[in-house]
Design a protein around this ligand. Structure first.
Ligand code: NAD
Ligand code: DAU
Length: 357
């Protein structure tokens, strides 16, 4: 069946993997990538699909309601997969307003445009099953865990950072549009992703880049915080399965059952890079530098994705060691990409970040 699908934020890290999967796997779908190309958006992430006849890039800002309304009326999208966001927790601490604008206002603008195009209203008694607004969210909305337990789809929201507060707010709006206007929606909340095209302000690519350049590896606090890591292509596959099979109005957690303390992730990256670069064992670990902790730093995330496994049969396809191997190879083979994204604006931001730490 032909479908016009709008993917927002597809020039970013996860969005580029989702767009690539959909463009290649579903030739009868037309994929529209709407992206503002902020510092995190990069069309080089999509070079291999940019000339495909079922792919179109549109530059634009989801905060601009007039532009968004026109776009929906012009293209009459059947479905939306919404990933565009400000995504970095540290940036949300220094500049929360931008997160409110893009993550909250931008999401509501898209919901308004979809509601209008798909005739969703308070008068509807039944859900429209042809269309779908798929909102891609994060496990950070659930807050922080102690030493035990996992986040399920029933866990109450308890966001702590301006980033997670903005994503929690957008999740609430998505559910509100479903409950109030019968907008057909689905939400997924995923744990930490890693893999190719990850912007090197995030832990894994930042550490890989710094190891390569023999620069300090900044570990916040004591490195005891725990994250649940998932290879980005497995996230994209989960989005595909949920997009095609989830009941409208439902929520799915996505995670790899793969908890690691930050310090252990950094040590694994050091060992892997030392081997690949032919450096002496232990050489890169000497670069580890403990720095002032992130304000409001959540201690532990762990996702229970049993529902996704039981209902829709999704399980991760690679182990962490395999995924890290693929990621390290990708970063070593794509020096030009890293040099491009770490020059200019990012360089200034990064150097400012660690002043006084
Ligand atoms: P990213 O920062 O790499 O990419 C975000 C993309 O959105 C960029 O291409 C950027 O240009 C675009 N964008 C930003 N503001 C925009 C605006 N106003 N209008 C249009 N486009 C805009 O982010 P990511 O890591 O790929 O995350 C994508 C989504 O997945 C986000 O919603 C994030 O909250 C969610 N998520 C991320 C992770 C993770 O580990 N990275 C985990 C779970 C959920
Ligand atoms: O859990 C999902 C979330 O994962 C997504 O919603 C976010 O968009 C994504 O950025 C990511 O958030 P984190 O804050 O967990 O990712 P980050 O890579 O910034 O940090 C991972 C952990 O490593 C975190 O505990 C902070 C720590 N850290 C991070 C950086 C950048 C360091 O110790 N040193 C660093 O330099």
């Amino acid at each position: 069946m032909e479908k016009k699908i709008l993917i927002t934020g597809a020039a970013g890290f996860i969005g580029s993997h989702v767009a690539r999967l959909f463009v290649n796997k579903y030739p009868s779908y037309h994929i529209y990538n709407l992206d503002k190309l902020t510092y995190a958006g990069n069309l080089a992430n999509l070079r291999d699909i940019e000339s495909k006849s079922n792919y179109t890039f549109i530059k634009g800002d989801i905060v601009d309601q007039t532009f968004i309304d026109k776009l929906f009326q012009e293209h009459k999208f059947d479905a939306v997969i919404h990933l565009a966001a400000e995504s970095h927790v540290d940036r949300s601490i220094t500049n929360p307003n931008e997160f409110v604008m893009t993550n909250v206002v931008g999401t509501v603008n898209l919901l308004n445009a979809a509601k209008k195009l798909w005739n969703s209203s308070t008068q509807n008694s039944e859900l429209n099953t042809h269309n779908l607004f798929y909102h891609v969210s994060t496990d950070e909305v659930y807050g922080s865990l102690g030493d035990t337990g996992m986040f399920t789809e029933e866990t109450s929201y308890d966001p702590h950072s301006p980033y997670s507060a903005s994503k929690a707010s957008s999740d609430h709006f998505v559910r509100a549009y479903h409950d109030t206007y019968k907008l057909p929606v689905v939400i997924s909340n995923c744990s930490n992703n890693y893999g190719p095209y990850h912007f090197p302000e995030k832990l894994v690519p930042l550490v890989l880049n710094n190891i390569k350049n023999k620069k300090p590896l900044p570990v916040y606090g004591k490195g005891e915080n725990v994250r649940d890591w998932l290879f980005v292509e497995d996230h994209a596959k989960a989005i595909d399965v949920i997009f095609h099979n989830a009941k409208h109005g439902s929520t799915y957690n996505i995670g790899g059952h793969n908890e690691w303390k930050n310090i252990d992730v950094v040590r694994l990256l050091c060992r892997t890079m030392d081997k690949k670069l032919g450096r002496a064992e232990g050489e890169s670990e000497k670069l580890i530098t403990f720095v002032t902790d992130r304000a409001g730093h959540d201690l532990r995330y762990a996702i229970d994705s049993t529902k996704l496994q039981k209902d829709l049969g999704w399980v991760p396809s690679v182990t962490f060691e395999q995924g890290i191997g693929l990621t390290v190879d990708w970063y070593l083979n794509n020096e030009e990409w890293i040099n491009n994204v770490t020059s200019g604006e990012y360089k200034k931001y990064y150097e400012g970040m660690y002043e006084g730490r």
